[in-house]
Structure formats: structure tokens, C-alpha cells
Design a protein. Structure first.
Length: 120
């Protein structure tokens, strides 16, 4: 049986995660990104990726922001041509996982139940 949120179907969606260490959308903190930028000429991408627990592509995007911009442009073109980034099922599973994670953070008292205003 699916989980029924007592505040409505998407009440947990409105709860902000303001602590960057708990927010799973970011892999690195700003301080870690600065460290990676400083290590550009002293480490290989493979070594830096292993040290920070991210992919080599993430390191490349930090060291060479123009590659990130180019990647975003190409992705936008693919999306215009009808390519899907995720299937509906993958998206549904991802959102369900995020909602469960937020409920867990709420239960452990790591985020407050104060909600942000929905964007329209």
C-alpha cells in the first residue's frame, strides 16, 4: 500500500532541506569545489574523483565549466528532439525515494516542518 501523507498528497514536497550536508541533490559542498579547483594542476581527474567520491566527469565540469555549459546545450537539444532523460517510472521512483528521505529527516528532527510556499 502506498504511503499516505497526512498533510495531503505532496505536503512533504514543500519541506525545504536547508542543510547542504543533508541535501542529496548536491554531491559536493562549495568548500570541496574550491579544493578541487586548487588541485587542478596537482592531481589527475581520476585521483581527484577518488579522493572526493565523485565521478571523473564531475571533476571535469568543475575544472572546465565550458564543458558543463556545452553539455547543458546538447542536452537541451536532445530534449527538444523528444529524447527523455528519465522514463516516467524512473521519475516516479526517484520522487518516491526523495519523499521517503524527507519523511525520515522529519522523523529524526533534522529538518523542521515549516513549509516553503509552492512555486507556480
Amino acid at each position: 500500500m502506498p504511503y499516505k501523507d497526512t498533510r495531503g498528497t505532496h505536503g512533504v514536497d514543500l519541506i525545504p532541506i536547508e542543510n547542504t550536508m543533508l541535501d542529496r541533490r548536491r554531491k559536493l559542498t562549495l568548500a570541496q569545489e574550491d579544493e578541487i579547483r586548487e588541485a587542478k594542476y596537482t592531481m589527475s581527474t581520476r585521483t581527484a574523483a577518488g579522493a572526493f567520491g565523485v565521478s571523473r566527469r564531475t571533476i571535469q565540469f568543475i575544472w572546465y565549466p565550458e564543458r558543463l555549459e556545452r553539455n547543458k546545450e546538447l542536452r537541451a537539444q536532445r530534449m527538444q528532439n523528444g529524447a527523455e532523460y528519465w522514463t516516467r517510472e524512473q521519475h516516479r521512483e526517484s520522487i518516491a525515494s526523495l519523499r521517503a528521505y524527507k519523511r525520515d529527516l522529519l522523523k529524526r528532527g533534522l529538518v523542521t516542518q515549516q513549509t516553503k510556499e509552492p512555486t507556480k
